[in-house]
Design a protein around this ligand. Structure first.
Ligand code: ZN
Length: 48
């Protein structure tokens, strides 16, 4: 019983990315497009 409840509590809060609509963890950069706080933080398609 208690174990199942803990697993639920442990899940991070998900938001929908305003840029690509993919689910991303709150206060984290979107893993799909690198978008965070209305800014492009990570260059996903960056190639040196
Ligand atoms: Zn995104």
């Amino acid at each position: 019983m208690r174990r199942a409840y803990n697993s639920v509590m442990h899940l991070p809060k998900l938001n929908s990315c305003p840029q690509c609509a993919a689910p991303y963890i709150s206060h984290r950069v979107c893993p799909a497009c690198g978008f965070y706080k209305e800014r492009q933080i990570v260059s996903v398609k960056a190639q040196a």
